[in-house]
Design a protein around this ligand. Sequence first.
Ligand code: NI
Length: 185
Amino acid sequence: MIYPIYIYGSGVLRKEAEDIPADYPGLKELCEDMFETMYDSDGVGLAAPQIGKSIRLFVIDASPFAEDDEPELKDFRKIFINARIYERSGEEVPFNEGCLSLPGIREDVMRPSKIKIRYMDENFTEHDEEYEGTAARIIQHEYDHLDGKMFVDRLSPLRKTLIKSKLTKLSKGNYKASYRCKLVK
Ligand code: NI
């Protein structure tokens, strides 16, 4: 099932999401639906708050980046449940980010290049892993959604001012996207 994507201005995108238990109803189906929704909108990551669910779950498929210069991302298709990034390190680097909840907006965002993260997979097996490069970038972007944050929060005051009118339009329901969207204040 393909879910509509909640757009900037929706309350759920600003809430801190909650951990889920292993017996969360319909978890496997929800994960599959999130991948389906993400593929339908050509995303490489999707966090549960973006489909209106305030839970600590996000999915990533970074394989499109394998075609560029990171062949190790060829099979990077993962589900992150109850994730906690417990260390960020390395240089702060820029990367041009977009977000399905912010159609039409792309900006260079500075983030640390390396992270360490603990999370559960769909079978509630715990993982403790280290990531860098594009994988670390996408994880940090999706992880922000769980804390009610979006990449536009991380821009310089000048860039924020420059995109302010675009954000206002989005939050008033004035947007164009190739996928189904929803705005719930
Ligand atoms: Ni996003």
